[in-house]
Design a protein around this ligand. Structure first.
Ligand code: UDX
Ligand code: ADP
Length: 462
């Protein structure tokens, strides 16, 4: 039996440890967090995060070999392997503010491990970290009065929210990076062995520490780059009567390009993409690689441009004034099947519309609580309405922000009948049947496609 501890019971730590516990009944897995409320939720049937299939996995293992607790110190004493998945937000102060990772939670955790450990341990970086963080961690961990030896291993998590269970059950690969020393190699094997219980060995890649740390940043940068690339082309499509969906399909069938992550949208969100790219940019800048830094920063700039462009398009389409107009935004989550609103493009659109004094009604099946918290003081100006039909009632326009299936399945005739005319719909995800909406009477504005409008250039019905 191996005693596995995970420090940080968030979007990464919780699901990953639940899967390890499910697949490895012989190991004891404990997940600790300083947030009592979170731990209480993990111990209930109302988990702190919405993730399809997660509750079933938790229920298989919880109480058997999966435990959630706030006893961090005790957990450290007992553990053989410690996964660290505390948050590493972007720094908001000092050098590197707005770009570099804020490692204060990570460093605190490392110091807590040193303080409590009574024997050697493997410490696994699960959170995404800048390259060479492991070096700093090794120095903190291994300069201890009792001469206890710690091995630092990098094992970045590649799961995507909304499909976490599927991604954990059958990952494309598991990456484990460590030192080339004998004890470093043993530590890599110990971590690889845990995954080998259910992941085929050929999918477990082992590398040196720095390649592993960097690969996580680069994987996210490449994925985000694809979205910014297609979003940049969506702007050109709107000017040229090309259709971005057709272009994406046409280029995606080239096996060298591939079809995934080419869905044009209001822009990518989530806790990883922007943060990790800025991290990469900061890293390049600090090594004097200005051109490389500028290249990757452009991915974030195009993403910001796409969000701004969406709001500008709403304003100009709706006769250059939104003051007092009701606009229903369907979706607050940064993507479907999650309650997470971190960096959600929907909330940026929301802010843009509020600046124009629109009355925003925000609807989402699972993310309204997080949206309210993320919007801070602005939340007072917004109506939060879980029922999309009620949200759209008496609205001048609808903005489709998140690709929840329930939004694609709405009865749009019913929605149209309840709205102020002319009724506008801005499909920020291109998931609706635009022709059908047009026939119902909507003026339809997709992304990267010519609009379908009943109005002429002066705004008169045709
Ligand atoms: C991402 C990575 O996919 C995952 O491997 C890593 O571990 C964490 O970061 P996540 O942020 O959870 O996962 O979701 P992802 O599916 O990658 O979507 C990110 C954002 O891109 C969402 O806002 C999504 O709507 C958007 N997106 C995705 C697009 O706009 N178009 C696409 O084609 C794909
Ligand atoms: P991620 O998406 O990377 O999983 P989250 O913010 O969802 O990030 O989760 C990180 C978790 O780590 C939070 O629940 C937070 O309370 C926890 N955490 C932060 N610092 C510590 C610490 N020193 N000890 C234990 N838990 C911590």
């Amino acid at each position: 039996m191996t005693n596995i501890l995970c420090i940080g019971a968030g979007y990464v730590g919780g699901p990953t440890m639940a899967m390890i516990a499910k697949q490895c009944p012989q190991h004891r897995v404990t997940v600790v967090d300083i947030n009592q409320q979170r731990i209480d939720a993990w111990n209930s049937d109302k988990l702190p995060i919405y993730e399809p299939g997660l509750l079933e996995v938790v229920q298989v293992a919880r109480g058997r070999n999966l435990f959630f607790s706030t006893e961090v110190d005790k957990g450290i004493v007992e553990a053989d392997i410690i996964f660290v998945s505390v948050n590493t937000p972007t720094k908001t102060f000092g050098r590197g503010a707005g770009k570099a990772a804020d490692l204060q939670y990570w460093e605190k955790t490392a110091r807590q491990i040193v303080k409590n450990a009574t024997g050697p341990k493997i410490v696994v970086e699960k959170s995404t970290l800048p390259v060479r963080t492991a070096h700093a961690m090794e120095r903190i961990l291994n300069h201890n009065p009792s001469d206890i030896h710690f091995d630092v291993v990098s094992n970045p998590e590649f799961l995507a929210e909304g499909t976490a269970i599927r991604d954990l059950e059958a990952p494309d690969r598991v990456l484990v990076g460590g030192r080339e020393t004998e004890s470093g190699q043993k530590a890599i094997q110990a971590v690889a062995d845990v995954y080998a219980e259910w992941v085929p060995r050929e999918r477990i890649i082992t590398t040196n520490l720095w390649s592993s740390e960097l690969s996580k940043l680069v994987a996210n940068a490449f994925l985000a780059q694809r979205i910014s690339s297609i979003n940049a082309i969506s702007a050109l499509c709107e000017k040229t009567e090309a259709n971005v969906n057709e272009v994406a399909h046409a280029i995606g069938t080239d096996s060298r390009i591939g079809s995934r992550f080419l869905r044009s949208s209001i822009g990518f969100g989530g806790s990883c993409f922007k943060k990790d790219i800025l991290n990469l940019v900061y890293l390049c800048e600090s090594y004097g690689l200005t051109e490389v830094a500028e290249y990757w920063e452009q991915v974030v700039k195009i993403n910001d441009y796409q969000k701004t462009r969406f709001v500008t398009n709403i304003i100009s389409t709706m006769f250059n004034t939104l003051a007092g107009k009701r606009i229903a935004l369907l979706g607050a989550a940064f993507k479907a099947d999650t309650s997470d609103t971190r960096e959600s493009a929907s909330l940026d659109v929301c802010r843009g519309l509020l600046e124009e004094h629109a009355q925003v009604i925000l609807s989402d099946p699972h993310a309204l609580k997080n949206a309210k918290a993320d919007l801070g003081d602005l939340a007072e100006q917004i109506i939060f309405e879980p029922d999309p039909y009620k949200a759209a009632q008496d609205a001048h326009a609808i903005g489709l922000m998140t690709e929840w299936k329930m939004f694609a399945d709405l009865d749009y005739q019913k929605v149209y009948d309840s709205m102020v005319k002319p009724a506008f719909i801005f499909d920020g995800r291109n998931i609706l049947d635009h022709q059908k909406l047009f026939e119902i009477g909507f003026n339809v504005y997709p992304i990267g496609k010519s609009p379908l409008s009943h109005l002429d250039e002066e705004g008169n019905w045709q």
